[in-house]
Design a protein around this ligand. Structure first.
Ligand code: HEM
Length: 509
């Protein structure tokens, strides 16, 4: 009996020892998370998370902890990438692992952006939307169809600026909206107070706020989404309900407009009308179409606006660049006509200037977070499934190891000389990565080029002088997924009588 007892104890001890060895060796095999600031128990790094201009804090963490660093907020690992190499290794080369999006309680679930491509989980619906997008704006061949829209609408922009230069930002927004609404829904915007433009502006501003990393506690404590709105501290619920309302109006109203126009037989060709016409759509297909058209419109409405406003800021702060670009335009295009997109290949300095606009003040400084679909190991660090991965695009475009004097606006950096290689094209990083790369990249590039080249051809952009004093514009940006230069003053005057007549001549056509 005693023998049996000791045998049983022996067996238990051996099994226990084996389990301990296995656990220890397993723990030993799991590499650590990437380094980062030390957090507190339970809340982790919640108090370290920046609430504004997060790209600056993330860049500082990069200086201390290296290309890849991490924080954990209430159990959620967040991996921050601060170099081109690491972003390429993870988000491009391993895009099958890193193409999911986080489930954002505020922006995605409560407000409803989860149905837009930008927050759509990686899966079948994601692939369907991307295919629809690709057929429309995926390559140079299809984009050619939109050049006339780009040219007409950008010329209308010149006329609006000529008439009221002090409303520059409003004109830029109207033009971006006008271009994309014609493409997505065949809709021509009204000159004043256009309802769809106003809706897009409101909805995209709310998107930016709702998806700011660390902006809402409910993103880290999902159970809070069930808290009733009347409880103290649940103000986010009221905000979410009001923002959800704006979003559904932004999605439904243009879609219903196309259907009404089609019923009346007067719908111009557009993304929506083409697909609505092609066959009897199932409810699911119509849902996909409605939301992918809205994704187009939401993706384009605010982003190019930021880039073009940055261009005007750069021209105000760096007048020598504007002068050099104007000399190039004058010598190739002359002053008897306005430039067109076809001139681009003959205007290398203006082309470089457009790249510099994207680099100098990136539109989406921290991109849109990707999410790891499975566990991974990178550079010897453990990236757990479900981690949020944030590419610090701002750091990538301001890394002094890649861009000399990164805060200076200098298009020459992209033109190789006998002694110097061109610096890397920022469009490789400013539009995101892997399978999530911005599907509007080519359209955006065309829109920004057209605004830059036409504005430079006809306007002199300079610092304002008020009561004999030069007003120095401050280069400051708003916080949010899409960041804009804060409003600044500048003087925009036609370069000559000839320029005025070119702008107005177009009106008569
Ligand atoms: C200056 C202009 C623009 C910039 C800098 C920009 C930048 C970006 C970035 C950084 C992303 C996230 C990519 C990633 O997750 O890795 C993105 C996604 C997206 N962009 Fe753009 N974008 C611009 C213009 C546009 C335009 C004109 C459209 C529409 C025609 C558009 C539609 C979208 C959509 C739908 C997504 C979500 C893609 C997805 O999640 O799969 N963007 N963009």
């Amino acid at each position: 009996m005693a023998d049996h007892f000791f045998l049983l104890v022996d067996i238990c001890l051996v099994v226990f020892a084996l389990i301990v060895i296995k656990v220890i060796s397993h723990l030993k095999r799991i590499p650590p998370l990437p380094p980062g600031p030390k957090g507190y128990p339970l809340i982790g790094n919640a108090l370290d998370m920046p609430t504004e201009k997060e790209w600056l804090t993330f860049a500082k963490w990069g200086d201390v902890w290296g290309d890849i660093c991490s924080v954990t907020v209430l159990g959620q690992p967040i991996i921050i990438l601060n170099s081109r190499r690491i972003v390429y290794e993870m988000l491009d080369k391993k895009s099958a692992v890193y193409s999911d999006r986080p489930v954002l309680q505020m922006g995605g679930e409560l407000v409803g952006w989860k149905n837009c491509l930008v927050l759509l989980p990686y899966g079948d619906r994601f692939r369907r939307y991307r295919r629809l997008f690709h057929s429309l704006v995926g390559g140079q061949a299809t984009l050619k169809n939109f050049l006339p829209i780009e040219e007409v609408e950008t010329r209308r922009f010149l006329r609006r600026v000529l008439a009221k230069p002090e409303d520059l930002q409003t004109h830029i927004r109207k033009t971006a909206g006008a271009i994309i609404l014609r493409i997505s829904h065949g809709y021509e915007v009204k000159e004043n107070n256009d309802p769809f433009i106003d809706l897009a502006e409101k909805a995209t501003e709310q998107f930016s706020l709702a998806t700011t990393p660390g902006g809402f506690l409910v993103d880290f404590v999902p159970a809070l989404r069930y808290v009733p709105s009347w409880l103290p501290g649940a103000g986010f619920q009221k905000k979410a309900a009001s923002w959800a309302n704006t979003l559904s109006e932004m999605v439904d109203q243009p879609h219903n407009f196309v259907k009404q126009q089609m019923a009346a037989g007067v719908a111009p060709i557009s993304f929506s009308s083409t697909f609505l016409e092609s066959k009897g759509l199932s409810d699911e297909e119509e849902f996909d179409l409605k939301w992918s058209a809205a994704s187009l419109y939401a993706g384009a409405a605010d982003t190019t606006v930021s880039a073009i406003y940055s261009f005007f800021l750069a021209m105000t702060l760096f007048p020598d660049v504007a002068k050099k670009a104007q000399e190039e335009i004058d010598s190739f295009v002359g002053s008897d006509r306005l430039p067109t997109y076809a001139d681009r290949e003959f205007l290398p300095y203006v082309d470089a200037l457009v790249k510099e606009v994207f680099r100098w003040n990136p539109v989406a400084p921290t991109g849109v977070p990707h999410r790891a679909i499975q566990d991974d190991v990178q550079d010897g660090y453990f990236i757990p499934k479900g981690s949020l991965v944030i590419p610090n695009i701002w750091k990538l475009t301001h890394d002094p190891k890649v861009y000399e004097n990164p805060f200076v606006f200098r298009p020459e950096r992209f033109i190789a000389s006998g002694t110097r290689l061109a610096e890397p094209d920022p469009r490789q990083v400013c539009f995101g990565f892997g399978r999530r790369i911005c599907p509007g990249i080519y359209l955006a590039d065309i829109s920004v080029f057209m605004s830059c080249v036409l504005s430079l051809a006809v306007f002199d952009i300079a610092k304002c002088v008020e009561n004999g004093v030069v007003v120095e514009p401050v280069h400051e940006n708003t916080t949010g997924t899409i960041s804009h230069p804060k409003p600044f003053k500048c003087s925009i005057k036609p370069r000559s009588e000839k320029a005025v007549s070119l702008i107005q001549e177009e009106e008569l056509k």
